[in-house]
Write a protein that binds this ligand. Structure first.
Ligand code: 13P
Length: 254
């Protein structure tokens, strides 16, 4: 039986100021108050984390960050440590998003270091993997994902794995309106789970939640979530408005 709790997270990327984040949370709270079957997370920009945590206090909305550095402190201009994130009260963090890989030089090695820092601090990491269009078209999806998982999860003990959420985001589906079909997404999610079983063991693989990300919206969240290996979503554009995000969540209740 599938015991994995559905987790839907909004990745706001570089959108919404602190004031806008607070207004979002206030409007969003009553809309999702009854959606207790789903773990709901929103990930604002760093400067809005503190305000978002305070606005969401006492509700079923959790707050996450979009990045974390692996060192505790030091000369790392523009980066932020686990302790600094914890101080704001966030509980989740996105790691290795494809935009960070594409524009900011993120690699599987830095993903691995950030992941270890997040786990050590007790933050729930959402680790992003996914292939670009050329890789899908040339039949390399599985080998790309294997490498990302093997390197990204290097040195993580099996008993820590159930704390980690994997976000499968086919890069060609992000912000393009092109969603992977539910069948295509399921096939890849099942492959990711099989890879986790190979890297760890079947029991461990069955406990890991795997989110889908890439043009997820209210109109397609139900059929995506209905797939056996899709345990949630990492949502960009459709998570920027309380009404569309709450509708997406309601449709995603298994
Ligand atoms: P969109 O939902 O806008 O396609 O973005 C997906 C994403 O990158 C979430 O991390």
């Amino acid at each position: 039986m599938n015991m994995r709790r559905t987790i839907i997270a909004g990745n706001w990327k570089m959108n919404l100021t602190a004031a806008e984040a607070v207004a979002f949370v206030e409007e969003f709270k009553p809309l999702v108050a009854d959606s207790t079957e789903v773990e709901i997370v929103v990930c604002p920009v760093f400067t809005a984390l503190d305000a978002a945590v305070k606005a969401a206090a006492g509700s079923n909305i959790k707050i996450g960050a979009q990045n974390i550095h692996w060192e505790e402190s030091g000369a790392f201009t523009g980066e932020i440590s686990a302790a600094m994130l914890k101080e704001t009260g966030v509980e989740y963090v996105i790691i290795g998003h494809s935009e960070r890989r594409q524009y900011f030089g993120e690699t599987d090695e830095t993903v691995n270091k950030r992941l270890k820092a997040a786990l050590a601090a007790g933050l729930v990491p959402m680790v992003c993997v996914g292939e670009v269009l050329a890789e899908r078209e040339s039949g390399k999806t599985e080998s790309v994902l294997s490498t990302q998982l093997q390197c990204g999860l290097n040195g993580i003990p099996a008993d820590e794995m159930e704390k980690i959420v994997i976000a499968y985001e086919p890069v060609w589906a992000i912000g393009t309106g092109k969603t992977a079909t539910p069948e295509m997404a399921e096939e890849t999610h099942a492959y990711i789970r099989k890879t986790l079983a190979d890297l760890f063991d079947r029991d461990t693989a069955d406990k890991v939640r795997i989110q889908y990300g890439g043009s997820m919206k209210p109109a397609n969240s139900a059929e995506l979530i209905a797939q056996p290996d899709i345990d949630g979503g990492l949502v960009g554009g459709a998570a920027l408005k309380p009404d569309s995000f709450s509708e997406l969540i309601k449709n995603a209740i298994k």
